[in-house]
Design a protein around this ligand. Structure first.
Ligand SMILES: [Zn+2]
Length: 387
């Protein structure tokens, strides 16, 4: 329920929506702000309950605004054929968890930019309605106006040019376009994100500690320092991810793959329990090339055999569990390990075939990539898309 993932509150267009605990803090703040600060003087006599009801409605619309911002990211990612695992709302926005990285700078640009655009349209719309369609001095007008301002702030803040903010992603797509190198672009925008975070911390702490008017933002100083700290932490992760991506890109699949006889060849009709009579002694890193009449038709991994239930382990043949060669697009020996890793994640498989001119050369899996990198747990290339 609680924890890093947040509380699941439902699904929209098939995407699970979650709320981080920090979201409730901001929600309460918005409700409080509306109920106590922005009611017009003419409503001084208004009963307490009514004020808080206005606050709650305003808070709910703010929540919907954040959701629309994230849905814009998610739907654009879907348009490019990417799978969106979830949307989590937390205190200064949300995160759309997209299962893959953009393949081209143009995709990255549009996925990043539509979120702030959605917020800007909402912000301008609310502000316009408040100024021109609602009569002065009413509670409704004040609430709609505040929602307009909040959405404009959301759009502006997210367009700051530091990764992982949307503006940082937009910048990453531009640098990527110019240099042709994604990891360089990630590193550049993540460094800017670190700088931006540091500047916010300095400005925020300056406001808390000094009386200098330039710094003085009251309570907002603390807020700014906190956001700066979060931004800096996430940007630092972005720098690390960029370095990992660079290392991955420099490794060739041909150097990592397991070839025969290390990758053992076995006939497709062979029973799994005959191939691996004792699962306890099966090496988790083993891979098998599945052949039929001397021709490779697929691949299988020890992990797949270990995951079979007892019934299937007793009755399945290799052909039943193998990843058939014609089911997946094979890797080339000169493909980068970064591509291999993305494909493993996308296909949700443990191994992929490496093929040259129609001939199966070998098999590459997560184990081989991690070993070559000298890494422990599986790396995550992109924490998310869209702040
Ligand atoms: Zn965003």
């Amino acid at each position: 329920m609680f924890g890093g993932q947040g509380i699941k509150v439902g699904r929209i267009l098939g995407i699970p929506i979650r709320l981080d605990l920090s979201f409730f803090f901001v929600f309460a703040l918005v409700v409080f702000l509306i109920a106590t600060q922005i009611m017009p003087d003419s409503m001084d006599g208004l009963g307490g309950a009514e004020r808080w009801l206005y606050g709650l409605v305003g808070g709910a619309v703010y929540f919907l605004s954040l959701l629309i911002h994230e849905l814009a990211h998610s739907l654009m990612a879907r348009r490019y054929g990417m799978e969106v695992s979830s949307i989590t709302l937390f205190f200064f926005g949300g995160v759309s968890l997209i299962r893959e990285d953009s393949q081209r700078p143009g995709q990255e640009f549009w996925i990043a930019v539509v979120g702030p655009l959605a917020s800007l349209v909402l912000g301008a719309g609310f502000t316009f309605v408040a100024l021109f369609a609602l009569s002065d001095g009413t509670a409704l007008r004040n609430i709609v106006f505040v929602l307009g301002v909040l959405n404009c702030i959301l759009a502006a803040f997210n367009m700051l040019p530091g990764f992982p903010l949307d503006g940082g992603r937009v910048m990453r797509s531009l640098v990527w376009r110019l240099t042709g190198s994604r990891h360089r672009a990630t590193r550049a925008s993540a460094r800017l994100g670190q700088l931006l975070g540091a500047a916010m911390i300095v400005y925020g702490i300056g406001g808390l500690l000094t009386e200098i008017a330039f710094f003085d933002m009251g309570f907002n100083s603390l807020w700014l320092a906190l956001i700066g700290f979060l931004l800096m932490t996430q940007a630092a992760q972005g720098v690390k991810a960029a370095e990992l991506e660079r290392d991955l890109a420099s490794l060739r699949v041909g150097e990592l793959m397991l070839e025969p006889p290390v990758a053992r060849t076995a006939e497709a009709d062979l029973l799994v329990r005959v191939l691996a009579p004792s699962r306890a002694q099966l090496d988790q890193q083993d891979v098998f090339i599945v052949a039929e009449g001397g021709i490779a038709v697929g691949i299988a991994s020890a992990v797949q055999i270990l995951l079979l239930d007892e019934e299937r382990y007793q009755s399945d043949r290799l052909r039943d569990i193998m990843l058939a060669a014609d089911q997946v697009q094979p890797l080339q020996p000169d493909s980068g390990a970064d591509e291999a890793l993305q494909r493993l994640q996308k296909e949700r498989t443990f191994v992929l075939p490496v093929v040259e001119r129609g001939r199966l050369l070998g098999v590459v899996g997560l184990e081989q990539i991690l070993k070559a990198l000298g890494q422990g747990p599986p790396p995550r290339l992109d924490p998310s898309a869209g702040a």
